[in-house]
Design a protein around this ligand. Structure first.
Ligand code: NAD
Length: 318
C-alpha cells in the first residue's frame, strides 16, 4: 500500500498528540505517522492514546526543533529520508509586559516557534523539491495575523512564521509543493495552563503601575474566561488539520475557529490598520461590560450550534 509518510513535531501533548493519533487511526490506513518529541521520556500519554496503532501506522521518534543534529538524525532514520507531509507543531507561548521579560526568554520563543520551523525545512525541503511532492503544514495561530495585548513576543514569532511561509509558498508552487498555515484561536491544552501559570508568576516590579494593573486585573482576569468561551479542544484542531491534509487542493490559510474569524476580518477591512487596534482598545478599556456580554453571547451561540460551527476552505477531500 502506498502510504504517505507524515512527520509531526511536539507530540508529547496537546495538538501534536491529538493530531498524531488522529492521523494514525485513519480508517483507510493512508498514513505512516512519525510522531516526534523532544524528550522521549514524556511519551506515556501518546503511547496510551496511540493504542494498537503503535508499531503499525505510528512510530515515536526523538526530535528537538532547536537542535539541527537531532532533526537530521530523525530524518536520516526514515526510509529513504522520505517525508510526504511535514507538520510543524512544536511551540511555546509567552505573555506579559516586555519590560518584565528577559531577552533570553524572548529568544527561546523565537528559536522554538520560528527557527524551529526554519531548521526543519532546511533539512526536509530540498528532498521535497527533488521529489516535486510534499505538503508542509504549520500550526500557526490567529496571532500570526493579529497581535493581542500582552502577547507581543508570541505574536511576533507567529508573524515571523506567516511571513516566512508566505514568501516560501511562491517558490514551493514551482516544485508542486503545498504549504498550509493552520490558525487556531484559543485551544485548551497544556500550553494554555503553562502560559497562564508563568503569567501569574511574572515579576511585575519593572513595570509601571498602570501596565502591571492592566496585566493582572484586565488580561489575566479575563484569560480563563476567553479560553472557556472561545477555546477549542486539541481534538477539534486535529480534525480540521486532518481534513486539510486529505484535500486535493489544500488552502494556504485555514482558521479552525469560526467564532474568532470576525476579529481577524477587521484587519482586512481597514488597510490603515486602525480598525482592529481601536476595536480591541474599546473592547478592553471602554466597553468591558459589552465585552463580557459578548463572551456570554458567544458561549450561548456555541452551546446551540455545537460542532456545526466548523468550516473548511476551498478544495475537496479525498
Ligand atoms: P502544548 O504545550 O501541549 O504542545 C506544544 C508541544 O511542543 C509540547 O509537546 C512541547 O514539548 C513541544 N515543544 C516545545 N519545544 C520543543 C522543541 N524544542 N522541540 C520539540 N518539541 C518542543 O501546546 P499546544 O497548544 O498543543 O501547542 C501546539 C502548537 O499550537 C504550538 O505551535 C502553539 O503555538 C500552537 N497554538 C496553540 C494555541 C493554544 O491556545 N493552545 C493556539 C494557537 C496555536
Amino acid at each position: 500500500m502506498n502510504q504517505k509518510v507524515v512527520l509531526i513535531t511536539g507530540c508529547s501533548s496537546g495538538i501534536g498528540l491529538a493530531l498524531a493519533t488522529r492521523i494514525a487511526k485513519d480508517e483507510k490506513k493512508r498514513f505512516m505517522v512519525y510522531a516526534t518529541m523532544r524528550n522521549l521520556s514524556k511519551g506515556e500519554a501518546l503511547v496510551e492514546a496511540a493504542g494498537r496503532t503503535l508499531g503499525r501506522t505510528m512510530e515515536i521518534k526523538q526530535l528537538d526543533v532547536c537542535n539541527e543534529d537531532s532533526i537530521k538524525a530523525c530524518v536520516d532514520s526514515l526510509p529513504e529520508r522520505r517525508v510526504d507531509i511535514l507538520i510543524s507543531n512544536a511551540g511555546m507561548g509567552m505573555i506579559g509586559p516586555i519590560e518584565c521579560q528577559s531577552i533570553d526568554d524572548m529568544r527561546s520563543v523565537m528559536d522554538t516557534n520560528f527557527f524551529g520551523l526554519v531548521r526543519l525545512l532546511k533539512e526536509i525541503l530540498p528532498d521535497m523539491k527533488r521529489r516535486k511532492k510534499g505538503h508542509i503544514v504549520v500550526i500557526s495561530s490567529v496571532m500570526g495575523i493579529q497581535g493581542i495585548l500582552f502577547n507581543d513576543i508570541y505574536a511576533a514569532s507567529k508573524f515571523a512564521v506567516e511571513g516566512f511561509c508566505e514568501s516560501l509558498a511562491v517558490q514551493a508552487l514551482r516544485f508542486n509543493l503545498n504549504i498550509s498555515l493552520i490558525e487556531p484561536g484559543p485551544v485548551i491544552t497544556e500550553f494554555e495552563r503553562k502560559v497562564y501559570d508563568e503569567g501569574l508568576k511574572t515579576d511585575l516590579s519593572k513595570a509601571d503601575k498602570v501596565t502591571a494593573d492592566m496585566f493582572t486585573n484586565i488580561y489575566l482576569k479575563n484569560y480563563k474566561q476567553i479560553f472557556e468561551t472561545l477555546g477549542q479542544s486539541a481534538d477539534d484542531v486535529a480534525e480540521h488539520t486532518f481534513k486539510i491534509i486529505t484535500m486535493e487542493n489544500p488552502p494556504f490559510r485555514h482558521q479552525t475557529n469560526t467564532l474568532y474569524t470576525p476579529m481577524t476580518t477587521l484587519k482586512y477591512a481597514d488597510p490603515n490598520g486602525d480598525l482592529p487596534i481601536d476595536t480591541f482598545y474599546k473592547m478592553v478599556f471602554e466597553h468591558d461590560k459589552v465585552f463580557n456580554a459578548s463572551l456570554n453571547f458567544l458561549k450561548l451561540l456555541r452551546w446551540r450550534k455545537g460542532a456545526a460551527l466548523t468550516g473548511i476552505g476551498r478544495g475537496s477531500t479525498n
